[in-house]
Design a protein around this ligand. Structure first.
Ligand code: TYM
Length: 335
């Protein structure tokens, strides 16, 4: 048993507890975590990355609530503490420690290239050093656990590329220490676009709540948001990323929730209009989210149980993280 688990490849991923966790996060990342866990083929680690959330200003009370919300959502979608490690980043101090050390081998130019930094910093009045250094902390998250695969949406690819660069650089400079991780990206759903603007990805920090459907949105809200979602000119329900970006995005969402191929949905709606398609889409989403919303309520009403799971998770995570850190300290010449 022990031998077998040692051979398993390691999966690591996380969500930052900021804004409203939405169906883009779910379809692009979290939904596949559960599948990966259930395959039983991997050692799976899922983290609530609170230290990433504070790279933009947060209200402490809201942050505390959001961290517990994300943890409860992980459990509600089916992350099972018997099968996966689930914990909060700040409970394992090695993340911040390795993040610092990786900063010292990260060329400024690498961080300046990051498109997510460019996007996010535009929205800030005062740009904080933490937002700039964010990708080195993400690299630390991944490298601490000798991760092989990182299941994420497309927007995180550049960060994983940087993680690989840093791991290779460290290994070359100080000797083999880190496994070089690879991204794991869904074929469809890796980039769900905003409902109010199909040119940009659906985003937790979007100004208008009509940009996204949050995992905890009520059926009424979902119906309203889909009703006002942007569509394209013409009336055909057809997948065409170039000419019909909005409808293509809605079709992708429909297909992933209904677990039906897009062509089949196109056929079903031949000769029908946007209004009918949207009405059904709202119901498909409501139905898709209803089991996790019901489970979420159970965990929401039982924060002590959630905290106990997180505490146990952090203890286990620390075993691996501290092992990696001892090696890192030794290799770089700390006494
Ligand atoms: P975050 O919290 O912004 O997003 C969580 C996950 O959701 C994916 N995602 C999307 N997928 C499809 N369509 C979208 N519109 C969409 N928006 C977001 C993201 O790609 C991500 O997988 N830096 C990370 C958190 C992080 C992390 C890590 C991830 C910190 N350390 C280590 C993996 C490994 C982030 O901000 O994700």
């Amino acid at each position: 048993m022990e031998m077998e688990s040692k051979k398993k490849k390691t999966i690591f991923s996380g969500v930052a507890p900021s804004g409203n966790i939405h169906i883009g996060n779910y379809l692009g990342a979290i939904k596949q975590w559960v599948k990966i866990q259930e395959s039983g083929e991997f050692r799976t680690i899922f983290c609530v990355v609170d230290e990433h959330a504070i790279t933009v200003p947060q209200d402490p009370e809201k942050l505390r609530a959001k961290i517990m919300e994300v943890a409860a959502l992980y459990l509600a979608v089916g992350i099972d503490p018997e099968k996966s490690l689930i914990f909060i980043q700040s409970h394992v101090s090695e993340h911040a420690e390795l993040g610092w050390i990786l900063n010292t081998i990260t060329p400024l130019g690498e961080l300046q290239r990051m498109t997510q930094f460019k996007d996010k910093s535009q929205k800030q009045k005062s740009i904080l050093a933490g937002l700039f250094n964010y990708p080195t902390l993400m690299a630390a998250d991944i490298l601490l656990y000798q991760t092989n695969l990182v299941p994420v949406g497309e927007d995180q690819l550049q960060h994983i590329e940087l993680t690989r660069t840093l791991a290779k650089k460290f290994n070359a400079q100080f000797g083999e220490t880190f496994v070089i991780p690879e991204p794991m990206i869904n074929k469809t759903g890796a980039r769900i676009m905003g409902l109010d603007n199909p040119e940009n990805k659906m985003s937790k920090s979007a100004e208008s709540p009509n940009n996204y459907i949050a995992l905890l949105d009520s059926p009424e809200t979902i119906r309203k948001k889909i009703k006002v979602a942007v569509t394209d000119s013409g009336s055909e329900i057809k997948y065409d990323r170039e000419k019909k970006p909005a409808v293509s995005n809605l079709l992708t969402i429909y297909s992933l929730f209904a677990e039906k191929p897009i062509e089949e949905i196109e056929k079903e709606y031949e000769g029908k209009g946007y209004a009918e398609f949207k009405k059904d889409l709202a119901e498909v989403i409501i139905e898709g989210l209803s089991p996790l919303q019901a489970k979420y309520k159970e965990f929401e009403n039982n924060p002590d149980a959630v905290m106990a799971i997180l505490k146990k998770g952090a203890e286990k995570a620390k075993e691996t993280a501290s092992r990696t850190m001892s090696e890192v300290r030794e290799k770089i010449g700390f006494v």
